[in-house]
Design a protein around this ligand. Structure first.
Ligand code: NAD
Length: 255
């Protein structure tokens, strides 16, 4: 039997970036914990189609940084209990002095503008609903300045602070807003980085992930399912007194 505080029966949730990695794992986690309705958003139609879920599912093949999508989404969804603001890109990167403005803007458009549009739409639906909870996917790079991925790190610091502000603005309305800040997680996001692609050429994908994980205190990267469990906890009634928190889920990387 599901622990009552982890039971999502009768509720609805929005998950962005649900076509792969952490977002797909969250969709599976919520489905396993009784969610009634899932609204999945991703530009990756195939990834969302591949998810085998037993709840009512609405798949939206859209770019989260498109403001027009969110107006239509609010009208179509009508009501919402939970949101996972998770879609994101990394795209490799470069030191600040060498970073192109085009790259900077693209990362901000998806990771920061997209997260703002998603969270704002979700908050309006939850406010009308009289309560709810949201979790935003930040990153440990929001706290630890990792050289060479400045646009990504700044975008993730932005969403961490947006989380705290939204939490302060909505606590009295019965809406909790938290974030997770994962360290390395074995997902497809790594495949967009040039340094990682070179490591894959030399060691294979599994070897490249293992080599990077070996350099962390835990000795390995997290799985997407592990991060989904952290997100599920923060979304759930088990975390009823937790809001405005950015939870480091990094296997000790930030220590
Ligand atoms: P992933 O690449 O497996 O999944 C990201 C998903 O977001 C993909 O399905 C992609 O199509 C989707 N997406 C990208 N841009 C989009 C857009 N404009 N509109 C809609 N969907 C879009 O990677 P992941 O690791 O599961 O990433 C999920 C989140 O976790 C991201 O925000 C990422 O920054 C964050 N994160 C990942 C790690 C890690 O090591 N994997 C660490 C910290 C934080």
């Amino acid at each position: 039997m599901t622990e009552p505080a982890l039971d999502f029966s009768g509720r609805s949730a929005l998950v962005t970036g649900a076509g792969s990695g952490i977002g797909a794992a969250v969709a599976r986690w919520l489905d396993a914990h009784g969610i009634a309705t899932l609204h999945l958003v991703d530009v990756n139609a195939e990834g969302m189609a591949a998810l085998d879920l037993s709840c009512e599912v609405h798949r939206h093949v859209h770019d989260v940084s498109d403001p027009q999508f969110w107006g239509g989404f609010e009208r179509a969804a009508g009501t919402l209990d939970h949101a996972v603001v998770n879609a994101g890109i990394a795209l490799g990167g470069a030191p600040i002095a060498e970073q192109t403005f085009q790259h900077w803007r693209r990362v901000m458009a998806v990771n920061l503008d997209g997260a703002f549009l998603t969270l704002a739409a979700a908050l309006r639906l939850m406010q009308a609903n009289g309560g709810g909870s949201a979790v935003v996917t930040s990153s440990i790079t929001a706290i630890k300045p990792v050289p060479g991925i400045g646009a990504y790190g700044v975008s993730k610091a932005g969403v961490a602070h947006m989380t705290r502000i939204a939490a302060a603005e909505n606590a009295a309305r019965g809406i909790r807003v938290n974030a997770v800040a994962p360290g390395g997680v074995d997902t497809a996001i790594w495949d967009s980085g040039e340094a990682f692609r070179k490591a894959v050429e030399d060691h294979g994908r599994e070897g490249a992930i293992a080599a990077m994980g070996a350099g962390t205190p835990r000795g390995r990267f997290a799985t997407a399912d592990e991060i989904a469990g952290d997100i599920g906890y923060l979304l759930s009634d088990m975390a009823a007194n937790v809001t405005g928190v950015v939870l480091n889920t990094d296997g000790g990387f930030s220590l």
